[in-house]
Design a protein around this ligand. Structure first.
Ligand SMILES: Cc1ncc(COP(=O)(O)O)c(C=O)c1O
Length: 470
């Protein structure tokens, strides 16, 4: 077979996957990973069918699908060949993301650079692959860009999320449990709405995610603050009235970093069984773990079905995409179904995202960004280590898109953020994440959106600001 070779091992065909999809996925994978280069001639359908012991019509359908997706081309009467895939990824026109800050009049001001946490580098976005996914959907299922088939979200995307969770988070769920949201913040708000009790009390991490705290304040909800010890977020106080819902970041505490121990996770699951409270697992950036094995999600440990899992594409793709997902325990699916009558987020990105994932491009993108971010994190930590005024809030955390540092001399972190702002750099003081207790002065530094060189420049400016404020 001229220039054409199969991988040493074809992927296993999982239950429920048709021969056509299995063959198409394997061939597509060969092309996107560069094992089959543009111009490679594909074997005649009859030959490949007999080679694989499958029907010729399966091979024909698979080739047709790859032609429709733009991976193969065929002229009348000639063989199928791998198409030219066009320009390299790395759209030069994309600039590092800017950040906003409130100016003295309380209006948003656009700053040139950002050390704001949780921002991916959109220059690494695989625009060409994304474009292919969008154009495939526009050609093959244009309806899905306009109409939502199901208020829980696009079925192709939900299936892709199920596979992603199994492969990356060790979580075994069915697509009926998956609801496509407008990001984790939307998922959190939906849980509060759906699981609200009277009276309602939320258990929130302190320090913790500011957006959620503000939302709970707006709703006038009672809150119990859950501080952190060396094992992770502490349990709600014994004896006191118990929260109906606790929101946790077990894979990577936000903002301090570090994973919750297995024992503490099991204690929380016991807590939910004993009190009837619900656990929300906010798994906002666990794709970015740079050492050791990925930490399985907490929902996988919960044999009580009392954990709701929240995931997001904000960190891996873009915060402005407003696309995320939640996994609802089977016992709650009907309750959610009764109340949700329309998709939570625009359908326009849902099917393309499902296609992007199905083609393997999402995982390739995560792996690629993870390599870049690991290098950037090393560069950042090296710089921070050289500064005597700082210590890491959680040394060797090795996960996540931001690093929390503490200011040894307890300089006013808000003042330092002001000084950075004067240099056109947006940043977030660590004290903002704390409530009601002696807050800790520091900075939560988002580093992913910058190259190693850019990080070097930014850290020099940061060091100047630290010196100026002594
Ligand atoms: C801990 C945490 N949870 C949730 C969110 C919200 O993410 P999304 O953009 O998916 O709404 C953020 C955003 O920064 C976050 O830091």
């Amino acid at each position: 077979m001229n220039g054409f070779s199969f991988p040493a091992r074809l992927s296993d065909r999982h239950k429920g996957v048709t021969i056509v999809s299995w063959l198409t996925d394997n061939l597509r994978n060969q092309i996107t990973t560069g094992r089959l280069i543009p111009g490679t001639v594909f074997p005649a359908t009859r030959l490949l069918a007999s080679e694989l012991g499958i029907s010729r019509s399966s091979v024909v359908q698979s080739y047709d699908q790859l032609v429709a997706e733009g991976y193969l081309s065929a002229r009348q009467g000639s063989a199928f060949r791998v198409s030219e895939l066009g320009l390299a990824d790395y759209p030069e026109y994309l600039k590092p993301k800017k950040s906003f800050a409130l100016n003295a009049d309380g209006n948003q001001e656009l700053l040139k650079l950002s050390l704001v946490p949780g921002q991916p580098d959109q220059r690494l976005f695989p625009a060409r692959k994304w474009g292919m996914a969008v154009s495939r959907v526009a050609r093959l299922s244009p309806d899905s860009l306009l109409y939502g088939e199901d208020p829980f979200g696009d079925p192709v995307l939900r299936n892709a999320i199920v596979e992603h969770l199994a492969e990356w988070r060790g979580v075994d769920v069915v697509s009926e449990q998956v609801l496509v949201s407008a990001g984790s913040a939307d998922g959190l708000q939906l849980c509060i709405e759906m699981l609200g009790a009277d009276p309602m009390m939320l258990g929130l991490e302190n320090p913790g995610y500011i957006g959620l705290r503000r939302h709970a304040e707006r709703l006038n909800l009672k809150m119990q603050w859950l501080s952190r010890d060396e094992c992770g977020t502490v349990l709600p106080a014994n004896g006191a009235s118990q929260p109906n819902l606790v929101v946790l970041t077990p894979s990577n505490h936000y903002p301090l970093g570090g994973a919750m121990t297995l024992n503490r996770r099991l204690e929380y699951i016991n807590w939910s069984r004993e009190t009837g409270g619900w656990i929300i697992e906010d798994d906002y950036d666990s794709e970015y773990r740079f050492a050791g094995h990925p930490i399985p999600a907490m929902i996988g440990l919960d044999d009580q079905g009392r954990t709701i899992y929240l995931g997001t594409f904000s960190k891996t793709i873009s915060t402005d995409l407003r696309l995320g997902f939640m996994v609802i325990p089977i016992s709650l699916v009907n309750q959610f179904r009764k109340k949700i009558t329309a998709s939570r987020t625009s359908v326009i990105a849902q099917r393309p995202m499902g296609e992007f994932m199905r083609a393997g491009d999402y995982h390739r993108h995560i792996r690629r960004t993870r390599r870049h971010y690991a290098e950037r994190r090393d560069a950042l930590e090296l710089r921070l280590n050289e500064m005597d005024d700082l210590t890491f809030a959680t040394p060797h955390a090795n996960t996540g898109m931001q690093v929390a540092v503490l200011l040894n001399r307890q300089q006013n972190d808000k003042l330092i953020v002001e000084k950075l702002k004067e240099q056109g750099i947006g940043a977030v003081p660590l004290s903002d994440f704390f409530v009601n207790e002696k807050s800790t002065s520091g900075l939560l530094i988002g580093y992913c959106a910058h190259t190693v060189e850019e990080i070097g420049d930014l850290m020099m400016k940061f060091q100047d600001c630290l010196r100026d404020s002594q």
